[in-house]
Design a protein around this ligand. Structure first.
Ligand code: HEC
Length: 237
């Protein structure tokens, strides 16, 4: 059978084919990226991570939570109804690197902060099946025994400083972490959960409880009709 037109004129000319493919893909990229540069980015109200939250974020990355969880709510009604108001560029201002994720084996975590009590997170990380029957999320029980070393977090904070994060020069990382951890430990005690403040689980809870909270304060929770952008479907699929 004779080669088709497509094969003869395009696929057999690898340089031309590569150039055309690149052009086609770039158009898609430009259509998505260009509007972003024309939008005003205003980070007012989007707070930087505290040292304890930085520790939690490091654990989130180390444990690969991003393999199952995204942190990006798309401006679609079905997403905003489930997860809250859609993600804005400025909300990632302090995320280095971004934790957008590419898979949702579990739910999006962009606005999980404040959704559950601390004790729920503690139990869920210890044994996901205890709070969410049938869950396929693995147990992270070692986070209850393993300790966070403030020296590691000081190193992380210094790295973030070099990337432009405005941490004060006289920041006492260990003291700040301990104070913030104690608040969570005291709160867990009211739910009869006993845990030491230097444990990794506390840092991870601090991080999770911060996710999306500032954005929700700034733009509302996204459940009202006027929070949905123009042109999105009225009905969730
Ligand atoms: C194998 C995939 C997988 C991995 C890895 C994973 N999760 Fe999950 N996660 C899930 C699934 C599925 C659910 C939904 C059922 C449930 O609540 O357990 C979930 C639920 C959650 C929820 C509740 C979300 C909500 O809105 O109800 C949180 C918080 C969470 N995961 C945090 C984490 C953290 C932190 C890590 C890393 C330490 C992690 N997950 C790793 C699959 C995963």
């Amino acid at each position: 059978m004779a080669d088709s037109w497509h094969r003869r004129t395009l696929e057999h000319r690898s340089a031309l084919f590569a150039a055309l493919t690149t052009a086609a893909i770039s158009i898609g990229g430009m259509v998505e990226i260009a509007p972003m540069f024309s939008m005003p980015i205003d980070t007012t109200g989007i707070s930087n991570y505290t040292p304890l939250q930085v520790a939690g974020r490091d654990i989130y990355v180390r444990e690969g939570c991003y393999n199952c969880h995204s942190q990006m709510i798309r401006p679609l009604r079905s997403e905003t109804l489930r997860y809250g108001t859609w993600s804005r560029a400025e909300e990632y201002a302090w995320d280095r690197p971004f934790q957008l994720g590419s898979r949702r084996i579990g739910p999006d975590l962009m606005r999980v902060g404040g959704k559950y009590p601390n004790a729920w997170h503690f139990e869920h990380l210890r044994d996901p099946r205890s709070t969410s029957p049938g869950s396929i999320m693995p147990s992270y029980h070692w986070l209850i025994d393993d300790k966070v070393d403030p020296a590691d977090i000081t190193a992380s904070i210094n790295a973030l400083r070099r990337l432009g994060a405005p941490y004060p020069a006289d920041l006492d990382v260990a003291a700040s972490m301990h104070a913030d951890a104690q608040v969570i430990v005291d709160n867990l005690a009211t739910a009869k959960v006993t845990v030491e403040p230097d444990r990794e689980v506390i840092a991870l809870i601090a991080y999770l409880q911060h996710l999306g909270v500032d954005g929700r304060k700034k733009w509302g929770d996204g459940t009202t009709a006027d929070a949905a952008p123009v042109g999105t479907p009225a009905e969730a699929p």
